[in-house]
Design a protein around this ligand. Structure first.
Ligand code: CUA
Length: 328
C-alpha cells in the first residue's frame, strides 16, 4: 500500500514537472500562427470557465461539510431554488456558451471555398508523409516548407488508413480520410521549425509518424522550391559508384530520384534527400551514421516499417551513403 501511494505521488510529481522540462516542446499553448492563436484563446476561455465551475463546486462542498458539523438549530429551506439555479440553469448557460463559441471558432478556422493561396498536397502513409507542391513541381517527404506571413492551403489525403495532420503551434487537427481530400489553411507568422505529429492511431509506428514544418521568409522559400524542382545533376567518383549501387539494389523498387531511371512512388522521393534534416519521418537526425543504420536495419529502428534491409558489401554501402548524402 505504501509503495502504491509512493508511486502515485511520483507520477503526479512527474506529470507536473514534465511540461516544464522542454521549452522547445511543440505545445499548442505556444501558438505561432493565427489558427493556433485562435485555438489557444478558446483553450484558455474553456480553462477559466472550468476553473470557475471547479471552485464553485469545491466551495459549496466545503461549505456543506463545515455547516453540517454545527448543531442544527436553524430551520433550513429545501434548497430547491439553489438546485434549479446551480444544477440546471447555470450548466445550460455555460454549455450553450461553450458550444456557440466553439462553433464560431470552428467556422473561422475552415478554409474558404476559393483562395489564391499556395497549395501543398500532403498524403499520409504508414508511416511517413508525402509532400507535393503541384505549382512548383516539387515532391518531398516529411518536411513541409512554407513561406512566413502567408496562408498556405493544404490538401490532406491518405494513401492507406486514416491519419490525422496536426502541427500544435500552427494549426488545428485535420483527419486524412481514405477517398477524401480535406482542406486546411496553415500559416506561420515567424520563421522557425515546427514539429507536427500524426494524431490518429494508424498502426505500429503511429508514434514515429512525425514531420517538420519549416517556415522561412518568402525569398528563402522561393529559393528552396527553385532548388528542389531541379533533377539530379551528373554524379562523379564515389557518388557515381553509389548511384550505380542504388539503381541495381532494392532501393529502386520504392523510391524515385528525378533525373535517373528510379521512379517508384511507394516510398519517399529521394531527389533532394540530403537537404532534409531528419530520416524515417523525423525519427532520427539525417547523419551518415544514422543513415547507414537505417539502410542496413530499418526494422531495428522502426519495426513494422515497409522498408526492407539492404544487403550490401561495406564498400557498396559507403558509396551508396556518399551518393544519398549528396542529393542536395
Ligand atoms: Cu498516421 Cu497515426
Amino acid at each position: 500500500m505504501r509503495h502504491l501511494r509512493a508511486r502515485v505521488w511520483f507520477l503526479i510529481t512527474v506529470a507536473f514537472l514534465l511540461p516544464a522540462c522542454s521549452s522547445a516542446s511543440p505545445s499548442a499553448l505556444r501558438p505561432r500562427g493565427p489558427a493556433a492563436q485562435r485555438i489557444d484563446g478558446l483553450w484558455w476561455f474553456m480553462f477559466w470557465i472550468a476553473l470557475g465551475v471547479f471552485c464553485v463546486v469545491i466551495g459549496m462542498l466545503l461549505f456543506g461539510m463545515l455547516r453540517r458539523r454545527k448543531p442544527d438549530s436553524v430551520e433550513r429551506g429545501s434548497g430547491e431554488t439553489a438546485v434549479v439555479l446551480l444544477g440546471i440553469v447555470a450548466p445550460v448557460i455555460i454549455l450553450v456558451t461553450l458550444f456557440v463559441v466553439s462553433i464560431h471558432d470552428l467556422n473561422a478556422l475552415s478554409a474558404p471555398a476559393k483562395t489564391n493561396a499556395l497549395t501543398v498536397n500532403v498524403i499520409g502513409h504508414d508511416w511517413w508523409w508525402e509532400v507535393r507542391y503541384p505549382q512548383q513541381h516539387v515532391v518531398t517527404a516529411n518536411e513541409i516548407h512554407i513561406p512566413t506571413g502567408k496562408p498556405v492551403l493544404l490538401h490532406l489525403s491518405t494513401g492507406d488508413v486514416i491519419h490525422s495532420f496536426w502541427v500544435p503551434q500552427l494549426s488545428e487537427k485535420t483527419d486524412m480520410i481514405p477517398g477524401k481530400i480535406n482542406r486546411m489553411l496553415i500559416q506561420a507568422d515567424h520563421p522557425g521549425v515546427y514539429r507536427g505529429q500524426c494524431a490518429e492511431f494508424c498502426g505500429l509506428e503511429h508514434a514515429r509518424m512525425s514531420f517538420l514544418v519549416i517556415a522561412e521568409a518568402p525569398a528563402q522559400f522561393d529559393a528552396w522550391t527553385a532548388a528542389e524542382s531541379q533533377p539530379l545533376a551528373a554524379t562523379t567518383g564515389a557518388a557515381a559508384r553509389g548511384e550505380k549501387v542504388f539503381l541495381h539494389s532494392t532501393c529502386v523498387s520504392c523510391h524515385a530520384i528525378q533525373g535517373t531511371s528510379a521512379s517508384a512512388t511507394d516510398g519517399p522521393d529521394l531527389t533532394h534527400f540530403g537537404s532534409r534534416r531528419t530520416i524515417a519521418a523525423n525519427t532520427l537526425p539525417n547523419t551518415r551514421g544514422n543513415l547507414a543504420a537505417w539502410i542496413e536495419d530499418p526494422q531495428g529502428i522502426k519495426p513494422g516499417a515497409d522498408m526492407p534491409p539492404a544487403v550490401l558489401e561495406p564498400s557498396q554501402l559507403q558509396a551508396l551513403l556518399t551518393f544519398v548524402e549528396g542529393l542536395k
